[in-house]
Design a protein. Structure first.
Length: 94
């Protein structure tokens, strides 16, 4: 189950289907992607803020994303980690 960002309560699974309805912002993979994108936009204007967002994004990373899912998007998500690390290194060099 995933927590709703507004209430902190788990989102419900529809009883007659296999559909999980939740706010995308409650998914750590979405939070990671958004934080990395926001950090990239801030690298030139505010390196300290960009570094903070990258640290937050990298802190969300635990293990292999969607390890039990057989699809290509986990690989795409996994590719974001080295990009986030490289962006963090770029910010720290400034």
């Amino acid at each position: 189950m995933v927590s709703s960002p507004a209430s902190g309560q788990p989102s419900a699974i529809a009883p007659t289907t296999d559909t999980l309805r939740l706010d995308p912002r409650a998914v750590d993979a979405v939070q990671l992607a958004e934080a990395v994108e926001q950090a990239r936009e801030l690298i030139e204007a505010s390196p300290p803020e960009a570094a903070q967002r990258l640290r937050a994004a990298l802190a969300l990373w635990r293990g292999h994303p969607y390890a039990d899912v057989s699809a290509s998007f986990p690989l795409e998500l996994e590719a974001q980690r080295p990009e986030a690390i490289q962006a963090m290194l770029d910010v720290n060099v400034r």
